[in-house]
Write a protein that binds this ligand. Sequence first.
Ligand code: ADP
Ligand code: TMP
Ligand code: ASP
Length: 238
Amino acid sequence: MKKINEITTGKAKSLFTTELSDRLIMHFRDDTSAFDGKKKEALLGKGSVNNQFNAFIMDHLESKGIDTHHIEVLNSTDSLVYKLDMFPIECVVRNRATGSICRRLGTEDGLVLEAPLFEFFLKDDDLGDPLITEDHILSFGWAKEENITGMREITLKINKILSELFLNSNLILVDFKVEFGLYDGKLLLADEFTPDGCRLWDIETLAKMDKDRFRQGLGDVVESYHQVADRLGMNIET
Ligand code: ADP
Ligand code: TMP
Ligand code: ASP
């Protein structure tokens, strides 16, 4: 499968059309961005580890009954995916409070939540990805009720599956963000699941092993992503 035209250039990935109109090549770049694009840097090897990390997680989720856009890995930085009509929405689940919720609610950093907390955010960098409710989504027509319910249910299911997977490797899945789209009317998990879009803490030391290392200038960003991959038994080609 060959790349034809670049149709999307995001902050960390690029999407290309292919000879099949319903399939795209997702290219993971080394570009790293945080704070809605305000902090940017290229980190050598990040595209490669993220592409393979994402494929491992998507395959694991598929094996547990989650339908995803992932078809196959093409090379170290590229994967083939179904082309979706994306919702302009980010679905977040938190198991512990950290990041934006602490700024918003004054919550103690690291607080273990009594139950996983699900939140919708509008995908709009210029607005700083604001928190929105189901009512906003319905009133503005960003998604229909059945898909709102579906996104919530699937995201919470993903939380269960992945919390267990990471826990088996002595990692706490603190929180994460996922995106969804429609393929022929069917709701599919889209985009990526990598340490760029989640928070992972070592179970004993609570050391951060995700993109917070970049956000907070802690260093060893790509090295930490590789350590997580190693712990999960992924075989990452560099
Ligand atoms: P951002 O949108 O945050 O700048 P990326 O660099 O990750 O981030 O860009 C990838 C883009 O591709 C995002 O806009 C995402 O919503 C979109 N996307 C992800 N998966 C698919 C898909 N299967 N079909 C169409 N668009 C997708
Ligand atoms: P937050 O604490 O900044 O709201 O982020 C919660 C989790 O979701 C964290 O793992 C980072 C991830 N996330 C993204 O990857 N991209 C986003 O645009 C948002 C809002 C969150
Ligand atoms: N809002 C998220 C962050 O601060 C994602 C992003 O901006 O790319 O990292």
